[in-house]
Design a protein around this ligand. Sequence first.
Ligand code: HEC
Length: 181
Amino acid sequence: MSYNAHNGADAGSGSQSGRGFKVGVFALLMPAVVITSLVYYVVSHTAPAGAVNASSMPAAVAQRIARVGTLDIRDNGARVQHTGEEVFKRTCTACHSTGALGSPKFGDAAAWAPRIATGFEALVHSALKGKNNMPAQGGGDYDDSEVARAVVYMANAGGAKFAEPKAPAAAVAASAPVAAK
Ligand code: HEC
């Protein structure tokens, strides 16, 4: 009886110490894993961006040692100019397609005739600077020559026979100094 009981106890303690060993190893390894991942986390989050990814280093360094103030020279003449129709469809149509705010409606010869009579220059001036309910450039942001072409497009649809102006060198030269930031 006691022998059997002793045997049983032995078998039990034997398997328990085996489990205890595994738990011990786990308990030793766990902090090591946690510490390693914590260190990695801190290092990777505090290091400067350039140091984490070696491939981004040259760019990051170049950015850091760059001189303060750079001159960004852009060739405004190379910007694709919008045609009169494009400017109209992007901006002017908002009012002129319906005659909103008292604007001369697109294609309405009666509405345009007295305005056309004032001459091309006067119409372009109104479009560039704004007139009564019309904001400057109709609220758009174009080269003067683009607005002028939009005026030609609209006025000609209303009965005028204005010639389409080319992009004048003056407009390009006038916008060039803006490039120096
Ligand atoms: C927010 C509405 C609005 C937009 C957008 C608008 N216009 Fe006008 N436009 C008007 C109104 C209103 C008038 C009439 C102004 C007046 O004579 O009192 C007008 C008149 C004009 C005239 C006649 C000016 C004159 O001297 O009789 C021209 C030319 C013209 N617009 C061109 C344009 C062009 C080009 C665009 C687009 C780049 C444009 N408009 C966009 C509202 C607008």
